[in-house]
Design a protein around this ligand. Structure first.
Ligand code: ATP
Ligand code: MG
Length: 255
């Protein structure tokens, strides 16, 4: 690489270039759905980029590509990694163990729904990202309880597995788990969707605090209030998939 933005710009955390994602539905006659066509995005520390656009425009797909859940059909995504001489890892070419390492050290992701792990208590579930980064278990539990308290998850639920929790309770456990490790890059897919106004405010505060401490954040928020509170920039994704034909008309507008 001749021009390496990660070396010249210390604040750059993520760089996506020309991302295309096409799904092929093998069980449905090989129908192809173009979800993203040519999306580029740079995200720096201290920024919260909110992805906007119609339902189906590819917002969640883009977020999953940035977390390495989906491999982009075309294009590159690079993530800062100061342990490398080139200061980044090319996620779109990385081996699975490298992606897992980046998730441990660098990228946090909050999905819309919690993938409940049977029999693990919510407290341990929230503490786990810290423990796996080498934090002492007692301290990790202590920090997890402070976060659960702040998110108004009733103390009686902390020792229980979240499988039976309400949607909003599960989502708050999920958010606590996603935010506890203070990852320098956070990817948030509608983390406030099933919360009441009071809890939405708490989550917005937590996101703003993370941002002010220097996290680079990319998020999807349908709630206008939350969006206005957390966003430093709004990026609109245009639908790429008119009538399931792959086009090259995907436009990325910044407003
Ligand atoms: N795993 C998948 N397999 C096939 N098609 C998919 C898959 N994931 C997403 N898509 C398709 O890609 C397009 C974009 O979906 P995506 O979930 O990214 O939209 P979105 O912008 O997040 O919408 P919403 O606001 O409704 O959450 C849709 O047409 C969807 O049907
Ligand atoms: Mg979505």
């Amino acid at each position: 690489m001749t021009m390496n933005s990660f070396v010249t710009n210390d604040a750059l955390m993520l760089q996506a270039r020309g991302i295309e994602k096409t799904f092929t539905l093998h069980q449905q006659g090989g129908a192809r759905i173009a979800a993203l066509s040519g999306v580029s995005l740079d995200v720096e520390r201290g920024e919260c980029v909110v992805l906007a656009g119609a339902s189906g425009a590819g917002k969640s797909t883009f977020l999953r590509c940035m977390y390495g859940n989906y491999l982009a059909t075309r294009g590159t995504i690079a993530i800062r990694d100061d342990s490398k001489p080139q200061r980044h890892v090319m996620l779109t070419e990385a081996a699975p163990h490298e992606i897992i390492r980046l998730r441990n050290t660098t990228m946090g992701y909050v999905s819309q729904f919690l993938r409940a792990i049977p029999r693990v208590s919510s407290l341990d579930l929230v503490a786990e990202p810290l423990v796996s980064r080498g934090v002492d278990e007692d301290e990790a539990r202590e920090r997890a309880s402070r976060l659960l308290e702040r998110l108004n998850v009733p103390r009686r639920l902390w020792t229980l597995a979240p499988a039976t929790f309400s949607g909003g309770e599960q989502q708050r456990v999920n958010i606590a788990r996603g935010l506890i490790a203070a990852h320098p890059l956070l990817l948030l897919d509608e983390p406030t969707a099933s919360l009441d106004a009071g809890n939405r405010d708490v989550v917005a505060d937590l996101i703003v605090e993370a941002r002010e401490k220097g996290a680079a954040i990319v998020g999807i928020f349908h709630d206008e209030d939350t969006r206005e509170r957390v966003a430093t920039r709004i990026v609109r994704l245009a639908s790429a998939n008119a009538a399931y034909v792959q086009t090259d008309s995907g436009v990325l507008q910044t407003c």
